[in-house]
Design a protein around this ligand. Structure first.
Ligand code: NDP
Length: 507
């Protein structure tokens, strides 16, 4: 007998309350591991965006939130971190059933990262230089000068499906830390965890400080990033949509930060410790089935080590267990959607057509118990040249391109020969060599003998077309403030204000 379980419908979260879409329409949220419908979410429209932005604007303009003392704001940020920790299980579940991230990764990494980010920024907001006094100027006359840092206002965040919660907090935490309000549009594949996060945060902030509107990017996203009452836009996603958002935000000159795609190079030097470099390089590319913007998708291997490295990589990759993300024994979950799976398979075909050699994986697989899911084997190509499509374009799937080199300078040149510049890595036993290579790599983060090691107190963002601005760390607080210079004259006598003579001449 078929059991008819009613799926939950998630509304928008606006002004501290659950609010259905003005149209009453919804869209389906599907588990990428099984193909099953897991929830429905409100299909937003510009009208819903208008309500959310209105609530965020009112919460900002009212003043209590933006004028809160730093030590009180730090308490709020700590309270948010406690909310996340106390509700970790539910958040991890919602994240896993919609994004396909494993509960093992979400529990061991994502939740801790989010808690740590709010706590780190709680420390930073107390020490932040909200007001700096400049020295008395030597000319044209004595004055007191200050630099004040103030919140920007209403922030809009448009977020992707790969790490929905973590990437949302990269925007929510600094926005709230500096006294802004925020409206988030999560990716349509993965709205659930962001909605839950907003509900948890709203328990400790005034209504309207955090709002979420769900629905299609082209409608809800565009209405949000063009809204005249939005002051700042923060986006993570594809470089293509990033370009569009920049164009749209230009209409009203909104402050904009973008975290976009990558094709990150990973260079093995001849003296690398292969015992850590091989699992480390696979950790760098196959975590979350390669659906991470900073994945190390191009591995540069010296001729001398090539065959040994490839043999080792294939042996290790074949041990990675694909499965249901809710099973703690699963190493890697599904691809987010059938469409994305087809895109990845098309890239694999392109690799073969261009003459690369497929040495591992390359096919979609059916996982027992997850027959409706989208799974692709960890895939490794050798004989890749840096000009091939699979070496130049962001695949966002479990595909590693191994590229040989004979000279380190040649490897660095190829590493930098991309439109992207998000992350890079180098493996060597020699720290001096590592720093020498790191200096020459054009990337926002360089890992030496490691990968994916992001920190709440370190900036993350891209060189070149991987983005604009930085998230996390003090840099993220700067990105959510604006700077005001205040001049106070100390020259009350008109006759001593000789600079007025520039206009009035000597009279
Ligand atoms: P997108 O860049 O299309 O989507 C990211 C976010 O932008 C989603 O919330 C999306 O909404 C929204 N969006 C889409 N179009 C617009 C628009 N015109 N105006 C405003 N917002 C918009 O990524 P995809 O999900 O389509 O993935 C495509 C590719 O992007 C991947 O294959 C990968 O290469 C790359 N990517 C990179 C990520 C990164 O972290 N750098 C993360 C995710 C993807 P909606 O979901 O409703 O479409």
């Amino acid at each position: 007998m078929a059991v008819n379980v009613e799926v939950q419908t998630f509304s928008h979260f606006i002004n501290g309350k659950w609010e259905p879409a003005a149209s009453s329409e919804t869209f389906d949220v599907v588990n990428p591991a099984t193909g099953e419908l897991v929830a429905k979410a409100a299909k937003g429209s510009p009208e819903d965006v208008n309500r959310a932005v209105g609530a965020a604007r009112a919460a900002f303009d009212q003043g209590d939130w933006k004028n809160m003392k730093p030590k009180d704001r730090a308490k709020v940020l700590y309270a948010i971190s406690h909310q996340i920790a106390a509700n970790a299980q539910e958040l991890a579940y919602l994240e896993a059933i919609s994004s396909g991230g494993t509960v093992r990764r979400i529990g061991a990494s994502d939740i801790l990262q989010m808690v740590d980010l709010f706590q780190t920024l709680a420390k930073f907001v107390v020490e932040y230089p909200y007001s700096e006094t400049l020295p008395v100027p030597p000319f044209p006359g004595p004055a007191h000068n200050f630099i004040w840092r103030e919140p920007i206002g209403v922030c809009a965040a448009v977020t992707p499906w790969n790490l929905p919660m973590v990437i949302a907090t990269w925007k929510i935490a600094p926005a709230l830390a500096m006294g802004n309000t925020i409206v988030i549009k999560p990716a349509s594949y993965t709205p659930l965890s962001t909605l839950k996060l907003a509900e948890l945060i709203s328990a400790v902030v005034p209504p309207g400080v955090i709002n979420v509107v769900t629905g299609p990017g082209a409608e809800v996203g565009e209405a949000l990033v063009t809204h005249p009452m939005v002051d700042k836009v923060a986006f993570t996603g594809s470089t293509e949509v990033g370009r569009r958002i920049m164009e749209l935000a230009a209409g009203t000159i909104k402050k904009t930060t973008l975290e976009l795609g990558g094709k990150s190079p990973n260079i093995l030097l001849e003296d690398a410790d292969l015992e850590i470099a091989l699992p480390g390089s696979l950790f760098g590319v196959f975590l979350h089935s390669g659906q991470l913007c900073e994945s190390g998708t191009r591995l540069f291997v010296p001729d001398k080590l090539h065959d040994q490295v490839v043999e080792g990589l294939v042996a290790l990759a074949s041990k990675i267990k694909l499965g249901n993300p809710l099973d703690p024994a699963t190493d890697v979950g599904p691809i987010i959607s059938k469409k994305q799976k087809e895109t990845i398979l098309t890239y694999i075909e392109a690799g073969k057509q261009e003459g690369a050699t497929l040495v591992c994986g390359g096919k979609e697989v059916t996982v027992p118990g997850c027959e409706g899911g989208n799974f692709i084997e960890p895939t490794i190509f050798t004989n890749v040249t840096n000009d091939m499509k699979i070496a130049q374009e962001e695949i966002f799937g479990p595909v590693l391109s191994v590229i040989r080199y004979s000279d380190v300078e040649e490897a660095i040149r190829m590493a930098n020969d991309t439109i992207y510049g998000l992350a890079a890595g180098v493996w060597t036993r020699d720290a001096n060599k590592a720093y020498g290579v790191a200096r020459k790599l054009q990337a926002g983060v360089v890992w030496i003998n490691d990968w994916h090691m992001l920190r709440s107190d370190a900036p993350f963002g891209g060189y070149k077309q991987s983005g604009i601005g930085r998230e996390m760390g003090v840099h993220s607080l700067d990105a959510y403030t604006q700077v005001k210079h205040v001049h106070t004259s100390m020259t009350p006598e008109l006759e001593r204000r000789n600079w007025y003579g520039i206009l009035f001449g000597q009279k």
